[in-house]
Design a protein around this ligand. Structure first.
Ligand code: FAQ
Length: 330
């Protein structure tokens, strides 16, 4: 365990000897699997890392509504429309729980929103890819929500109490989302030739961007060592990516679809699939703001924020009026 190493690890994680008494006591609580709560003492780096990760996660849920929202009016049946609408509403709810969890660390939702709208804060790379056909709703549910669950199930055990509790609820809903996506894929893959081709095309376009959701490979992950020492993260990026591939390939086989990786193969000895890494230069380009839809996504969020100003003003005016009435009555 990092925290118990006597020497500095060279990856920016302090050894016990380098920690202050407060930091050592904090690390002991983490190592004993105690939950850290908002009013507890915490290192400034722990607080900042959580705000960054929870904030990015919240933004991902909010921006993540856009690629699916794009298909609500064009869903093929009333039932599919109602299901997709409910799913997109769930994502908004996830964003709200996560902003609330971040607020317990001393940052306001308005500050986080400003950081998203100005492009200072990131959201998941996956939402910078377009959703071109109805089959993409299947691929997003199956692969994107599938990757999200793979990452978020361990986060239910994350060391920060409010984040961990938000994750428990979110994971329940994400598993429904994954199932609805797989159900769309199942219908299309067993449908007409055109429908099967649409499903295959969606898998082709979403496979590598889904693998990128887990973050850069471990050797390039700047935050993993410290985040794992603090149990903010429970697994490395590569561990989760491997688990996702191992789980998803048999699902693709069941659909009769082909994972777009000619070098994909099962390794009997390791009991894992060997697979081709995504194009990391594309990933870094997308997270720098140069993905196919980055500008469109930020423009949509900014437009919604600006057009909602009258609602926020109205709510504030109403609250002020109510407060004034209460004072007058006292
Ligand atoms: N996209 O050192 P690491 C969902 C950045 S689920 C963009 O490895 P870390 C549900 C990273 O921030 C999706 N940026 O970083 C849904 C850092 O840059 P920074 C959201 C990425 O934090 C489904 C730099 O690269 N889930 O939305 C990405 O230890 C369907 C170096 O990386 C979560 O956020 C990326 N994919 O590990 C909604 C889960 N990967 O901040 C709608 C919680 C890395 O220094 C529809 N988050 N970066 O400027 C995490 O588990 C972690 O933050 C990782 C990244 C694993 C994403």
């Amino acid at each position: 365990m990092y925290a118990q190493m006597v020497k500095s690890t060279g990856d920016g994680v302090k050894s016990r000897d380098e920690m202050s008494d407060e930091e050592r006591a904090f690390q002991d609580r983490i190592d004993a699997d105690e939950k850290i709560e908002p009013k507890d003492w915490m290192p400034e780096g722990y607080r900042k890392t959580l705000i960054r990760q929870i904030g990015q996660h919240a933004h991902s849920e909010i921006v993540g509504q856009l690629p699916e929202g794009n298909w609500i009016t064009r869903a093929p049946t009333l039932e599919r429309k109602a299901i997709l609408l409910a799913k997109v509403q769930d994502e908004a709810g996830h964003g709200l729980y996560l902003y609330c969890a971040a607020e317990t660390l001393g940052v306001s939702r308005d500050e986080l929103t400003e950081d998203l709208l100005s492009g200072r804060m990131k959201y998941s790379s996956i939402f910078n890819y377009p959703t071109l056909t109805w089959a993409d709703m299947g691929a997003v549910g199956w692969l994107v929500d599938g990757a999200a669950i793979m990452n978020q199930v361990p986060l239910q055990r994350t060391s920060y109490g409010p984040y961990s509790r938000a994750m428990i609820r979110i994971c329940k809903e994400e598993s429904f989302h994954q199932r609805q996506g797989y159900d769309i894929m199942l219908k299309l893959a067993n449908g007409t030739g055109d429908q099967k081709r649409m499903a295959q095309d969606a898998l082709n376009r979403f496979w590598y961007p889904s693998l990128m959701m887990f973050g850069p490979s471990d050797k390039d992950s700047v935050h993993s060592a410290q985040s794992m020492a603090w149990k903010i993260k429970i697994n490395t990026n590569d561990e989760l990516r491997q688990k996702f591939v191992d789980q998803t390939v048999p699902q693709a086989e069941f659909l009769g679809l082909t994972v777009p990786d000619p070098d994909l193969k099962w390794n009997e000895e390791t009991a894992h699939y060997e697979f081709t890494e995504p194009d990391w230069s594309e990933f870094f380009d997308v997270i720098k703001g140069n993905g196919p839809c980055n500008a469109e996504r930020l423009a949509a969020r900014n437009k919604a924020w600006d057009e909602g100003a009258w609602v926020r003003d109205g709510l504030l005016a109403h609250a002020e009026k109510k407060a004034a009435r209460r004072v007058a009555a006292e």
